[in-house]
Design a protein around this ligand. Structure first.
Ligand code: CTP
Length: 414
């Protein structure tokens, strides 16, 4: 099925569709068909190994175009990869194997698909498909992280589900209709948050013990940075208040670096102002330390003889709860996170308690062992009257789910 949104984004556009060697290659034919149905021209490219899974004649027949495969085709005048990259409004690699992703991450140009990807100046969409163990492998995850960091390539999937071997896990290619939606979104990204002011916090806080030591936690900041990047891409004005992390600032986002919970509170107060009129929504993704040392020694603390080293801690202010308590209208929309250990029911239960205690609109509940430091997360979004089912997805995709909820709330309660 194609919707009118896809039709208006794809109509008259040229999609270069590159197919690589995975069993999911047969689904690329459906992607081509849906793009054409939505009014696009599709230029099909195939790697040699993909022809073992789907016939070039099938793809050529659907696209009404010969399949480009050989960079050295003497009958082609000019450079094939340069010509395709120049003609295409978007390049979609469907499916993308682990090997293709590795070659993209290295910037290789050793076949027509990688050379075209390197030459493309428009958006590039990658729909990975592989066995879950290949997707989970640190080498693949490093390559995916590298490509995400470069910011030139958008990923669509993979998703959790049955794979060709009969096993179940993260590695199944996203469904063709969703891939076509993602291609359409790249051509005409939704700007539903145009002009909305969103404040996002991210990362840990570090609470100093002495000049060289601190209390901290393992938050990487990835989730908060993904939310900031997606909010910006959807048109929002974004202030990102970040604890100490090693993350690149997303383009167009205003970043405020802080160290402690107290620093974060001060920056938030300055942005939000006394009446909280400085933001339309606040997403509190930071792992703010609940406690800090009562005193921070000005000198480095020395070892002592005894077995026990007492360290007195005091409560940090609960930043989001203080904002929740002060809020007297539907603005700003407040989103807190709840990182918990335990089974799903237990995690949801805690999230509901947090929702009421902190007086927020949404709590994003996630299980600690499936979140910290990873590129994916498994979350449920809990509000006063609903809880979405747990979804395992990339932090970018989950960022969009959270922003969808905020956008809906802003429209429902203007
Ligand atoms: N938070 C905050 N200020 C704090 C602590 C947490 O604003 N001092 C926010 C976090 O950014 C997050 C949510 O509150 O959005 C997490 O709630 P919290 O109660 O801190 O979670 P836990 O510490 O995991 O809760 P508990 O120890 O009570 O289980």
């Amino acid at each position: 099925m194609t919707t009118s949104v896809e039709s208006s984004a794809l109509s008259g556009k040229c999609v270069a569709l590159a197919v690589t060697g995975s069993i999911a290659a047969y689904k690329a034919v459906e992607v081509a068909r849906l793009c054409i149905k939505a009014g696009a021209t599709v230029l099909p490219l195939m790697t040699t190994s993909s022809t073992r899974f789907v016939g070039p004649i099938t793809l050529a027949g659907i696209c009404g175009q010969a399949v480009a495969m050989d960079m050295w085709d003497a009958s082609f005048s000019g450079e094939m990869h340069v010509s395709i990259a120049a003609r295409a409004d978007v390049l979609a690699i469907v499916p993308a194997t682990a090997d293709l992703i590795a070659r993209l991450a290295q910037g290789r140009a050793d076949d027509l698909v990688t050379a075209t990807a390197l030459c493309a100046r428009g958006p590039v969409l990658v729909a990975p498909a592989m066995h879950p163990r290949m997707w989970d492998h640190p080498a693949t995850q490093r390559n995916v992280a590298e490509l995400r960091q470069q910011g030139r390539i958008a990923f669509c999937g993979p998703v959790v589900g049955p794979v060709a071997s009969g096993e179940n896990g993260m590695g199944r290619m996203q469904e063709p209709s969703v891939i076509v939606q993602a291609i359409a979104a790249l051509l005409a990204p939704p700007r539903d948050l145009e002009g909305v002011r969103i404040v996002v916090t991210a990362g840990p806080t570090h609470e100093p013990i002495d000049p060289v030591r601190y209390i901290g936690n393992r938050s990487s900041g990835k989730m908060g940075f993904a939310i900031a990047a997606r909010a910006r891409a959807r048109g929002a004005r974004v202030d990102l208040v970040s604890g100490p992390v090693a993350q690149e600032t997303p383009g167009g986002v205003v970043r405020h670096d802080v160290e402690t919970a107290e620093d974060m509170k001060n920056v938030l107060s300055a942005i939000l102002r006394d009446d909280l009129s400085g933001a339309d929504a606040i997403v509190m993704a930071a792992a703010v330390a609940d406690y800090r040392p009562v005193v921070c020694s000005t000198e480095k603390i020395k070892k002592t003889e005894g077995d026990v080293m007492p360290l007195a801690l005091t409560h940090n202010p609960d930043l989001i709860a203080e904002i929740g308590a002060r809020r007297s209208s539907a603005r700003p929309v407040l989103v807190a996170f709840a990182l918990e250990t335990g089974d799903d029911a237990h995690v949801i239960d805690y999230a509901k308690k947090k929702l009421a205690a902190k007086k927020v609109d949404f709590v994003v509940a996630n299980a600690a062992h499936e979140s910290l430091g990873r590129h994916t997360n498994r979350v449920a979004i809990v509000s006063a009257d609903s809880a979405s089912p747990f979804e395992l997805a990339s932090k970018e995709d989950l960022a969009d789910r959270i922003l969808d909820q905020i956008a809906e709330r802003l429209v429902a309660q203007p």
